[in-house]
Design a protein around this ligand. Structure first.
Ligand SMILES: Cc1ncc(COP(=O)(O)O)c(C=O)c1O
Length: 432
């Protein structure tokens, strides 16, 4: 079957009665959907399942609706209003940079810091603005004092860059890494904690865990793991790339020492934005990635000493936070899980299908990785794209493989159903 052209795709979807609202060029004439559609006084479960309530939110993005983009696990698009704010800040910065960038915009980053800190539930003095999770986590992994023979514990499913960073410390500083294999996804939180407890050693100085594992969508019992590590005086770095603005958990729910996230993922802020949280009493002992003046030793701003940069993406974080606040953390979480269950639930009992996660609310989030009998991940992802213009991520890991599906708030139920139909065809007829 040839690739569907944009027009053909749109007309097929419309014929199927599946086109609730298409932003941008394909938008129906008339007023955009009203914000009143999203009645936040309704219980999250009921609101999540009411497709018409989400039209206002779906229309906030001018995404290309000829593509069904279910790969929101890497980088996400910003809602139009966020992008417009970013573009205006960028334009303004270039009017007279010594004034418009340096004097007007850079001081406003303090307000951004305070807003993000309030959303995460920490002090502004504990939050550094960074360009992404990588910058934040590597600041900790490279800046945490370790001596030869000291050990860092992590898992085989942590983010590849951070495992590489630790390997560099092994080569350069003579430290050692323990990478434990997680128990199966349906293992209880207590079993996960026991697995970590057994892997801690008297030389373990730092633990790195993911709040939500990007390969499968599995959520770890962060709070319980932090309590375990703290009982042995070991600090914990949480990779929150898939946590903030996805899972409603805040700092006090996690209780970790360091937390790094990207705001261009689930918050929908401009690309190249993130934050690093460092518990106040740990700021002084953590070396910044780029050396800062000595008098900033105990100041969170020492982690922002990166030279000239554009303030525009950071200033537009506020617009993304406003939109997130308008939707509500619980409603967002509920809607994302509704979209996941819409395609996942019918598949779980299909013979041979392997779902690499436990579907409980404290065990998994919006993204999920599934293996289909007789269908390798790479060819299936290629087929979905070439035949159906559906984007998913193939996952190939020594412990599992499959396609990872990550919806977003702009995703419609009709788009999810298009995925389900395509998968049913693939299961029935193969990738012919
Ligand atoms: C679990 C995890 N950690 C860290 C990162 C790195 O994020 P960034 O590229 O925004 O730094 C990613 C990116 O997908 C991720 O999935």
């Amino acid at each position: 079957m040839p690739l569907l052209g944009r027009r053909e795709f749109l007309s097929r979807a419309a014929l199927a009665g599946s086109l609730p609202f298409i932003a941008g060029a394909a938008a129906p004439a008339g007023r955009p959907p009203s914000s009143a559609l999203l009645d936040r006084s309704r219980p999250p479960g009921a609101l999540a399942a009411d497709e018409s309530a989400w039209r206002y939110v779906q229309a906030a993005w001018s995404v290309d609706r000829s593509i069904i983009n279910l790969e929101n696990g890497g980088v996400q698009p910003s809602p139009d209003r966020v992008h417009a704010a970013f573009a205006e800040f960028a334009r303004h910065a270039h009017r007279a940079p010594p004034i418009t960038l340096n004097r007007e915009q850079l001081p406003q980053l303090e307000d951004v810091r305070a807003r993000v800190a309030a959303a995460f539930g920490c002090e502004a003095e504990e939050l550094a603005l960074t360009r992404n999770t990588t910058e934040g986590a590597e600041t900790v992994l490279l800046g945490y004092e370790l001596s030869p023979g000291d050990r860092v514990l992590t898992t085989t499913q942590d983010y590849w860059r951070f495992l590489n960073t630790l390997k560099q410390r092994v080569a350069r500083d003579g430290i050692e890494i323990d990478t434990l294999k997680l128990p199966p996804p349906d293992a209880s939180a207590a079993t996960v904690v026991d697995t970590f407890a057994a892997a801690l050693t008297p030389r373990t100085r730092l633990v790195l865990i993911s709040q939500l594992i990007n390969l499968t969508g599995r959520m770890l019992p962060v709070r319980a793991l932090v309590e375990l590590c703290h009982s042995r005086q070991i600090p914990v770095l949480v990779d929150g790339a898939h946590g903030f603005a996805h899972i409603p958990a805040r700092r006090d729910d996690l209780a970790c020492d360091y937390y790094a996230t990207s705001l261009h993922k689930w918050l929908g802020a401009p690309h190249g934005t993130g934050f690093l949280y460092v518990r106040r009493e740990r700021i002084g002992s953590l070396w910044p990635h780029f050396p800062a003046p000595a008098e900033l030793r105990d100041n969170i701003r020492k982690f922002e000493s990166i030279g000239t940069f554009s303030a525009a993406p950071f200033l537009a974080i506020r617009t993304a936070l406003d939109f997130y606040g308008e939707i509500g953390a619980e409603h967002k979480w509920s809607r994302l899980r509704f979209l996941r269950e819409r395609w996942l639930e019918p598949l779980v009992n299909h013979p041979g299908v392997i779902v690499h996660l436990d579907r409980g609310e404290s065990s998994s989030g919006a993204l999920a990785t599934v293996k289909f009998p007789g269908l390798a991940a790479q060819p299936l992802a290629k087929w979905l794209w070439e035949r159906h213009r559906i984007v998913v991520r193939p996952v190939d890991h020594p412990e599992f493989s499959g396609i990872r599906v990550t919806p977003n708030l702009y995703t419609t139920s009709a788009e999810i159903d298009a995925l389900s139909n395509a998968l049913r065809t693939a299961l029935r007829e193969g990738l012919s």
